[in-house]
Design a protein around this ligand. Structure first.
Ligand code: FAD
Length: 402
């Protein structure tokens, strides 16, 4: 066990990975500061699910009830055809469904994690790390506020574009662009909206989605295949123009989303790529979450990896004498799981983004077959809803740390 005076820890990033790690480290007696670059918690984003190992972790943290109470109310996933008809429906309670039991807005989860840690953890907003100097017994950190402070460890939990990672690992981790751009935005709810997650595939390799939330609005997302055009570097106004251009002529609710784009501040637009880092620690600095192993929303596992990584790293730090051994143990437990999650099925994302109307029809027909009762029944025979079973099936077991 690492001695008490060596327990001053800095975490960069107050989203999912950072506060989950802060919770467990504080529980194990560490003195934790979380530095967040934004002025407030960033509460944007869409519906995410908490299942398998992530569900086990929130149960251990005592926040399952709060997550349940913030459920988005989504009832399942529907595929919408080119004539606006439902071509396939996967209800939440079915054997196969995109909608999980614990479905929550990303922002609500961030809030819950913040609420359950703010008593025991120091949060510092509007600040970030600008320089790190590693010494044999500590790390000296310079902040953008000008402050200089020393910590025993620094953990980068500052997301896919982590600048803390860049300071320590330079260009070493590899960002693999998957040829896909995605935008998320919140739009007004209309009378004809319902509580299904509606998935519409348009020609020319575009997908539009609408999902309900628990706040009386709708969460829209737009995704399209394109070579790397560096759209993420454009101003917000320029990004909105790109989005409107991409949506033009897509059909279904495209015009409604186009009309909403100018009215909302809440547009998150980025290219989708995975982070594959050959190592996750260097001296007294270690990475977790998207900073270390972003799997992309295509896997639906970004939140799960962030929470599992946080749980394991904290547990290993609490149970090893030397931090070097803890970092090695964390990576040994976590890396095979990360590699299996990052392994995308063949043809993803290309196969689900057809170019032609014929391709769209084939895709909707296949979805219809999977949604049919006989197939759902068959799959149901092989599925379990127990989170421990799901974790085991995913190839990760969570040790009980003392
Ligand atoms: C605004 C937002 C919206 C998102 N929406 C979705 C979504 O709809 N669907 C989805 O699947 N995933 C979404 N994600 C990504 C999702 O949160 C992650 O994939 C996953 O939960 C892993 O979380 P993380 O904590 O590792 O990283 P992130 O959630 O990316 O959080 C990183 C945090 O670090 C902060 N930060 C960045 N740089 C610094 C710095 N230099 N110093 C200090 N703090 C810094 C950021 O402000 C952010 O709070 C979103 C992320 C963000 C930030």
């Amino acid at each position: 066990m690492i001695s008490t005076d060596s327990k001053k820890v800095l975490i960069a990033g107050a989203s999912i990975a950072g506060p989950t790690l802060a919770f467990w480290l504080a529980k194990y007696g560490f003195r934790v500061t979380v530095v967040e670059r934004s002025v407030f918690l960033r509460l944007g984003g869409q519906n995410i699910d908490v299942n398998g190992p992530a569900k086990q972790i929130v149960q251990k943290m005592g926040i399952e009830a709060a997550i349940r109470a913030a459920n988005t109310g989504e009832v399942g996933l529907q595929f919408i055809g080119q004539n606006n008809q439902v071509t396939a429906a996967f209800p939440k309670e079915g054997a196969v469904s995109g909608t999980q039991e614990l479905e929550i807005l990303r922002g609500d989860l961030v809030n819950i994690l913040y609420d359950c840690t703010k008593q025991d953890v120091v949060y510092r907003f509007s600040d970030s790390i600008t320089a790190l100097e590693q010494h044999p017994d500590q790390v000296s950190v310079t902040f953008s506020s000008g402050k200089i402070e020393t910590f025993q460890f620094v953990i980068a939990a500052d997301g896919v574009r982590s600048s803390t990672r860049r300071l320590v690992f330079g260009a070493e981790p590899v960002f693999t662009y998957l040829g896909l751009y995605t935008a998320y935005l919140t739009i007004p709810r209309q009378k004809n909206d319902n509580n299904w997650w509606r998935w519409y595939t348009a020609v020319d390799r575009r997908i539009l989605m609408l999902r309900p939330d628990n706040q009386g609005t709708m969460r829209a997302s737009v995704a399209f295949l394109e070579s790397d055009e560096a759209y993420e570097k454009l101003s917000s106004t320029e990004q909105k123009s790109v989005l409107k251009r991409k949506l033009a002529g897509a059909g279904w609710e495209a015009d409604r989303i186009i009309n909403a784009i100018d009215e909302t501040q809440d547009v998150y637009f980025d290219k989708i790529g995975q982070i594959k880092a050959p190592r996750w620690s260097e001296g007294r600095v270690v990475m977790i979450g998207d900073a270390a192993y972003c799997p992309t929303p295509l896997t639906g596992k970004g939140t799960t990896l962030a929470m599992v990584g946080a749980y394991l790293l904290a547990g290993e730090l609490a149970s090893h004498e030397r931090y070097q051994d803890a970092f090695v143990a964390y990576e040994q437990r976590m890396r095979p799981y990360v590699e299996s999650v990052q392994q995308l099925p063949p043809g993803v994302p290309w196969l689900v983004y057809p170019k032609t109307g014929l391709g769209v029809s084939v895709l909707n027909t296949v979805a219809g077959i999977f949604a049919s009762k006989p197939i759902q029944k068959l799959v149901g025979l092989f599925t379990s809803t127990k989170s421990e079973d799901e974790s085991r099936k995913e190839g990760i077991e969570l040790p009980e740390y003392a």
